[in-house]
Write a protein that binds this ligand. Structure first.
Ligand code: SF4
Length: 545
């Protein structure tokens, strides 16, 4: 006789709000067993004194992320072995440390502190990320408490720079100074960070949670879990338009407008409502389906807004207009007028690679030209604010001597790269040196061209440098060369381009079937592609078209 237990219940997605409180995978178990924020005390009281070998593996490969700490890749392990080795075989005894710089805003004391920490504790390494953070490498666990002490003395932190928590809040790089800005979102960013970062209310989210608050759309707003963009309501005036559910990596999705207008003072409350909804209704069963975008895709914006209003805000939100959107990403490179008559100058290194020494020099150069603050962009650029008009040419020359170009070639300006195999344990290929070689080669080939092409180089499918939205998006993988050997290379995506052209939908790059190149051949390959584009384009036709 066959015994049945009645109809099978549909398998849940691990949502707390529908009763799935029992963890359904090891990540969820680790977060439930001990709030990740508690690891700070163990770092300060135990691990920093007893050294790397004393670190509990669950802390090392899990909770450390809540304080911006990842073990870095052991040197000399090629990308072909990345997927074959155990974590302990891949990892070194040193850390990458991510400093969160909410809104991308730094005064010179903060910039100098990061520079000194890099020089003293990070072998002079520093990378500007594409989310307005700075990453140091070669950090020892013994030095972490002192690094925190010095960062916090100038108002910086690494808390929740990584992990399943509210990451850095992106802001417009020209907030408070741009002539075109009607409302500065910075007070909302500060309030979100002060109230909620490091709070146990949101320290256990289903997955990472990426936010942005900006009047000007000078950041990749469509690929955040939540974005507030400046919009003018016909009756209520300037406020913010709310987008939810964007994200790249696997299953890339663009954020969707909820169609609501939020006044500045209510942005933190609405942000907390969306974050709480994600915490409670987000999928926790499978890590690769845990980002907010999957919930938004399943529910649709109407249901999402309804649950947000009824269960979290307990009021209706005001319907609002769509914000104006740019035709191309805004990176602020060059000289621009501020609303107070002074200038800001945007300059670019190659693919975000700088150093502690360079950051210290940048602080000196900015100060010598009358500036007391810099900003980071979400395109791996740096801005010097408040420059008197008569000092801009001198500043541009001084920045160029540091390798920061305010009048770069189009290709130098358009290249971004993730960390890659130099430090990242997930990487399959090298990225930063390759970006440098690529820029050098393309500057020769396209010397007289104004080809405006973005090239996003990623060391693996995780798309930290946004593979799918570059005009040429490169995803690191092992490929066959002409001799049949397995070598580092890239899958090519063509014609992404995140910002909207008037009347067009934003789009992801097409993964071109079978289109791959070896890393060695990449500069020539991209040179050919760019050459075809330049030779064949009509008027202002973009690469994506
Ligand atoms: Fe590492 Fe891959 Fe992200 Fe690059 S895209 S930083 S290789 S995880």
């Amino acid at each position: 006789m066959t015994v049945t237990n009645g109809p099978r219940r549909p398998r849940g997605e691990g949502q707390w709000a529908v009763g799935h409180r029992e963890p359904l995978n090891p990540n969820e178990r680790a977060k439930k067993d001990d709030d990740p924020l508690h690891v700070r005390a163990r770092i300060e009281n135990i691990y920093a004194h007893r050294g790397f070998a004393s670190i509990d593996p669950q802390d090392l490969r899990g909770r450390f992320r809540w304080f911006g700490l990842y073990t870095q890749r052991r040197p000399g392990i090629d990308g072909g072995r990345t997927a074959l080795l155990e974590p302990e075989e891949l990892e070194d005894e040193y850390f990458m440390l991510r400093v969160r710089i909410d809104g991308g805003q730094l005064d010179l004391a903060q910039l100098r502190t990061i520079a000194e920490l890099s020089q003293r504790y990070g072998r002079d390494t520093a990378d500007l990320t594409d989310r307005q953070n700075v990453q140091l490498h070669w950090v020892r666990i013994e030095d972490v408490p002192e690094i925190w002490r010095r960062l916090e003395a100038v108002g910086l932190q690494t808390t929740e720079a990584c992990g399943d928590a509210p990451r850095v809040v992106l802001g417009s790089s020209v907030a408070g100074v741009a002539a075109a800005e009607e409302l500065d979102g910075t007070p909302a960013i500060r309030e979100i960070v002060d109230r909620y970062v490091g709070s146990e209310e949101f320290s256990n989210l289903p997955r990472k949670f990426k936010s942005a608050v900006a009047w000007l759309p000078d950041l990749p707003y469509e690929i955040n879990d939540i974005s507030f963009l400046g919009a003018v309501h016909p009756e209520h005036g300037p406020g913010f338009d709310l987008w939810v559910g964007g994200g790249l990596s696997t299953n890339p999705m663009l954020a969707k407008r909820l169609g609501v207008w939020v006044p500045l003072a209510e942005v933190p409350e609405v942000w907390a409502g969306v974050t709480g909804l994600f915490r409670d209704y987000g999928y926790r069963r499978l890590r690769h389906k845990a980002r907010l975008k999957f919930l938004v895709a399943d529910w649709g914006v109407e249901k999402f807004r309804e649950v947000l209003e009824s269960e979290y805000l307990h009021r209706r939100l005001v319907d609002g207009p769509a914000p104006p959107l740019p035709s191309r990403p805004i990176d602020h490179v060059g000289v621009h007028e501020q609303k107070d008559g002074r200038r800001y100058v945007g300059a670019t290194p190659v693919a975000g690679r700088v150093s502690g020494t360079l950051l210290a020099q940048l602080a000196d150069v900015a100060e010598a030209h009358g500036s007391g603050r810099v900003r980071l962009t979400a395109y791996q650029k740096v801005l010097v604010l408040d420059v008197p008009p008569e000092r801009t040419e001198s500043l541009i020359s001084a920045l160029a001597e540091l390798g920061l170009q305010a009048r770069p070639s189009a290709v130098r300006r358009g290249v971004m790269a993730c960390t890659g195999i130099e430090y990242c344990k997930l990487a399959i290929v090298e990225t930063k040196t390759l970006a440098n070689d690529l820029v050098a080669r393309l500057e020769q080939v396209l010397a007289d061209s104004d080809a405006d092409i973005t090239i996003n180089i990623n060391g693996c499918p995780n798309a930290c440098a946004r593979t799918q939205v570059g005009d040429i998006g490169l995803k690191g993988q092992i490929v066959m060369d002409a001799q049949g050997r397995q070598v580092e290379g890239f899958q090519v995506h063509l014609g992404g381009g995140l910002a909207l052209r008037e009347g067009q939908e934003a789009s992801f790059g097409r993964k071109v079937r079978g289109l791959k190149t070896t890393a060695e051949e990449l500069p020539e390959y991209v040179a050919r592609l760019a050459g075809h584009y330049v030779a064949g384009r009509k008027d202002d036709e973009s690469f994506a078209e």
